[in-house]
Design a protein around this ligand. Structure first.
Ligand code: PEP
Ligand code: MN
Length: 371
């Protein structure tokens, strides 16, 4: 059972104390609190675990601090929607809001290589009003002899350049929990010029110890990639691992499934599941067209498959697009052949704006048609 308090309830207030002391004394029930800072309000949710079926919902709802009570199913306890369409989604981090209604773009380098390339990318992003990017420092590679990413060596110049160009959030995959400390320490040393969203790659979707470690810290939000060879339910449970440890600031990213049926694309694009994730959970939904499609092939309409796939995700309601760009793809150390070019950034952003507008129009159309 989840007890949702009125937005911005002060934890020092009398009504809060009264609600807490009532809930604390319920027999056979443990209590766990989650505080979620949104862009405009702070939400407090109290999870009641254990013997809750006998509890009287109305009595709890009559407490002054309580807005409403949601009876939850076992699945996705914290992140689940539990058939309540009105529960708040998403979070704000470092001045950027991520939720199930808006759209952010994280265009950037698959893997950080040189400071020059990072600077060209970030300068271009700033010139088009972007405040997010992707910057891979730790790369999980299939082949042990392939470039593994510059790791913590590149963090100082990445963070300083991000600060210089007004980048607020960089998605950065980590493959080991020690990387959280590297990132934390480097941000401290450089004076917190920017923020980081910890990315969990498709190969680590079920690395439960890594999930728990990311869930235990509260400093950074997380971007969880769907596992490429497990069911959607298993991947959503992986997200719930993060939340159950205390970090509910999670974005779920579709990135295609490993299957030869997707050929000639690198993976089988799964963006038709954007609305499914929104229905089942309150997580903002991301699509990664680069690792799904995996090439710069284009249709006779001259639009790249990667860009068509991005638009398909956004027209279906995606809230974030994580996409590879590179100033000189032939020199990229990872995934150059699928990268978009800097001169494609402006039309790409325009295409995403058109796609989001189309999504919003579609939602209005169906609201009218079903009323
Ligand atoms: C990436 O985004 O850099 C990446 C490696 O993606 P995935 O984990 O989806 O393969
Ligand atoms: Mn890549």
């Amino acid at each position: 059972m989840i007890v949702i308090l009125h937005p911005n309830t002060d934890t020092a207030s009398e009504v809060y104390r009264e609600a807490l002391s009532y809930l604390e004394n319920l027999p056979g029930v443990q209590m766990r609190q989650h505080h979620i800072q949104g862009s405009e309000q702070k939400l407090t949710e109290i999870y009641l675990l254990g013997d809750t079926h006998k509890l009287d919902q109305e009595t709890i709802e009559s407490l002054d601090a309580v807005d409403r009570v949601v009876r939850v199913s076992q699945e996705y306890r914290v992140l689940g929607r539990h058939q309540d369409e009105h529960r708040a989604s998403g979070f704000a981090y470092n001045g950027v809001t991520f939720n199930q209604n808006n759209l952010n773009i994280m265009a950037g380098l698959c893997a950080v290589d040189t400071p020059e390339h990072v600077e060209i990318m970030m300068r271009a992003l700033q010139s088009f009003g972007q405040v997010c990017t992707r910057m891979g420092a730790y790369k999980p590679r299939t082949n042990p002899y392939s470039f593994q990413g510059h790791g913590k060596e590149c963090l100082p110049f990445v963070f300083e350049l991000a600060g210089k160009y007004g980048i607020k959030v960089s998605a950065m995959e980590i493959t080991h929990e020690s990387h959280i400390d590297d990132i934390h320490q480097c941000l401290e040393k450089t004076g917190h010029p920017t923020g980081v969203m910890l990315q969990i790659g498709t190969r680590n979707t079920q690395n439960f110890e890594l999930l728990k470690a990311i869930g235990r810290q509260q400093e950074f939000p997380a971007l969880l990639k769907r596992g490429y060879g497990v069911t959607l339910n298993e991947s959503l449970n992986a997200a719930e691992y993060l939340a159950s440890e205390g970090n509910a600031r999670v974005i779920f990213c579709l990135r295609g499934m490993k299957s030869s049926f997707g050929s000639p694309h690198r993976n089988m694009v799964d963006f038709a599941q954007v609305p499914v994730i929104k229905r089942l959970t309150r997580m903002p939904v991301c699509v990664d067209p680069s690792h799904s499609v995996g090439s710069r092939e284009k249709a006779p309409d001259q639009v790249l498959d990667v860009i068509h796939a991005s638009a398909q995700g956004v027209v279906a309601g995606a809230n974030l697009v994580l996409v590879d760009f590179h100033p000189e793809p032939t020199k990229a150390l990872v995934d150059g052949p699928q990268a978009l070019l800097i001169n494609e950034l402006e039309p790409f952003l325009e295409d995403m704006a058109i796609s989001k507008e189309t999504y919003d129009k579609r939602v209005k159309l169906w609201a009218k048609a079903t009323n």
